[in-house]
Design a protein around this ligand. Structure first.
Ligand SMILES: [Zn+2]
Length: 250
């Protein structure tokens, strides 16, 4: 086993956490403060790839922070905290949902518990602003397609969802989109091949373990999902929960 790096996966941040895919803003800040206190530095997925290919070094205590879906609350809630700590993150965008003139919401990620919360997506102008502050962007298909299912009924469409989302990002960002996130956490070897063919360097899944830079599959990069946890946990307990995710002692 080679060097492992925790790649954390978040979705939505707000004052309350109506489902486990949300995390409270204060809990997120507590986690970022803890990373700082413990001497962690945030690196991008590209930094990992460069290190694995012998092209760059990596800080001793490196961690990657990723967000799926490109919600507006990344821009308004998470980013100010990341900026305060000088941290960077990678955000995976379902490109058809990122707005030009107006904000879009979606149907695939709503539950009755969160009906009072807005979970609209970002605008391209916000994405560009974030890029200036060192945030990295990756693709998450165009329409948040269930690729495993689509592969069975319309493989050409599955491949287009992957390739066009890369083009959409590159048209807007003027840099290469290098990493991909499979929606609904599901992938298989056929999809991996499509992602590779589209020109990505790697793709992330969720697997509750740190990613092994030398032995891990770069088209199934393990990520550790960070869920909101049980309501009513004290700050001390939240710190212990987060350190356990990172595989660190209290
Ligand atoms: Zn998603």
């Amino acid at each position: 086993m080679g060097r492992t790096i925790p790649i954390l996966a978040y979705h939505k941040v707000d004052t309350e956490a109506p489902t486990r895919f949300w995390i409270r803003t204060d809990s997120f800040e507590l986690q970022m403060a803890l990373l700082r206190e413990r001497g962690h530095e945030t690196v991008s997925l590209e930094d990992l790839w460069l290190f694995a290919n012998g092209a760059a070094g990596l800080p001793r205590k490196s961690v990657c922070i990723t967000f799926d879906d490109g919600y507006e609350n990344f821009f308004s809630r998470a980013f100010p905290i990341l900026r305060k700590y000088g941290f960077k993150a990678t955000v995976f965008l379902p490109t058809a949902f990122i707005g030009t003139d107006c904000r879009h919401s979606n149907e695939w990620d709503r539950s009755p518990e969160e009906s009072f919360f807005r979970a609209d997506h970002m605008l391209w102008t916000e994405v560009l602003q974030l890029q200036k502050y060192g945030m990295e962007f990756g693709a998450h298909t165009r329409t948040h397609a269930d690729l495993v299912r689509l592969l069975m009924t319309d493989p050409e469409q599955a491949e287009a969802e992957i390739a066009v989302s890369k083009n959409d990002l590159e048209d807007r960002l003027t840099v290469k989109a290098k990493f991909f996130s499979y929606p609904y956490r599901s992938s298989n070897s056929c999809l991996e091949e499509m992602v590779r063919r589209a020109g990505f360097l790697g793709a992330v899944i969720m697997n509750n373990k740190a990613f092994d830079l030398s032995d891990g599959n770069w088209f199934q990069m393990d990520r550790i999902p960070v869920f909101s946890g049980v309501p009513g946990r004290s700050d001390k307990e939240l710190r212990a929960d987060f350190l356990a995710l990172l595989g660190e002692k209290i």
